[in-house]
Design a protein around this ligand. Structure first.
Ligand code: OAD
Ligand code: ZN
Length: 242
């Protein structure tokens, strides 16, 4: 699989001292975590408006929690794959490195990356809908759903960003800053249809960065980027990084 594009990407990445990476569900696919779109994607079998909106939670918190419990179970059995691990090596090597992820599975953290911006939150965190406090809880199943806040007794919700919700400004700002300050941006395993993540590659191009995309298939944004490498991230990223 060592084609010319991979060698070119390898050179670009090797020269760079400051790299920002954006990942989506595709990077965890080889760990057995389902993606959202595509033929076996979660949104083929479930309707986001029933499960991933504040309205759905207000209507039926138990149903929403049952879906999250199912996803937490899937992810609990998953382990980081060679794609995740290649990004750990990259962080170790580069003076400046930021990993922006849309994934809520926590696999980048488990793999060992440190400077992570979780755009859509984290499946292992529970946020109190009354007092706002956030607790990590890795138990599957949880003692009780919906879980109760240990501090105030309020109802807990997954600390993720649902459709119709806004990503906290401080998180967006960290992502944007890292893109403005990087030399090279890698975009891995995302269909690029959900904002604001979808526009981050555009921002990189507008600010003169080299953008390399790794995906199983071309995306809507591929033509904007400098290089698109088609293949599995668990195979392509190690070839670029090691
Ligand atoms: P998608 O499911 O939309 O896209 C996954 C992308 O990964 C597709 O472009 C696939 O071609 C690609 N892919 C699949 N397997 C791959 C592999 N082994 N190697 C490389 N690429 C692979 O997932 P996201 O783009 O992450 O948001 O979706 C963005 C957001 O939409 C999610 O964070 C979630 C969802 O609704 C919320 O829940 C708010
Ligand atoms: Zn509380």
């Amino acid at each position: 699989m060592k084609d010319e594009k991979i060698l070119k990407a390898k050179d670009i990445v090797k020269e760079a001292t400051s790299i920002t990476v954006l990942t989506g569900a595709g990077i965890s696919a080889e760990s057995g975590v389902p993606t959202f779109r595509g033929k076996d994607g979660l949104w083929k079998n479930f309707r986001p408006e029933d499960l991933a909106t504040p309205q759905a939670f207000a209507r039926n918190p138990k149903l929403v929690w049952e879906w999250y419990e199912w996803r937490r179970k899937l992810v609990k059995e998953a382990r980081p794959n060679p794609g995740h691990l290649a990004l750990v090596k990259l962080e170790e090597e580069k003076p400046k490195f930021t990993l922006i992820t849309q994934n809520v599975d926590g696999l980048h953290k488990m793999a060992g990356n440190k400077n992570i911006v979780e755009l859509h939150g984290n499946l292992w965190q529970i946020r109190c809908t009354r007092c706002g406090s956030v607790e990590e809880d890795f138990n599957v199943p949880l003692e009780k759903i919906p879980p109760e806040c240990k501090k105030c007794g309020g109802i807990g919700r997954p600390n993720v960003v649902w459709f119709g919700e806004i990503i906290p400004m401080s998180i967006i700002e960290r992502a944007i800053k890292s893109i403005k300050e990087c030399q090279v941006m890698l975009i891995v395993g995302t269909s690029g249809v959900v904002e604001p993540a979808a526009s981050l590659g555009l921002l990189a191009k507008q600010t003169g960065k080299v953008v390399i995309e790794v995906n199983l298939e071309p995306t809507l944004n591929s033509t904007l980027y400098d290089l698109t490498i088609l293949g599995k991230s668990g195979e392509v990223l190690p070839l670029i990084v090691y």
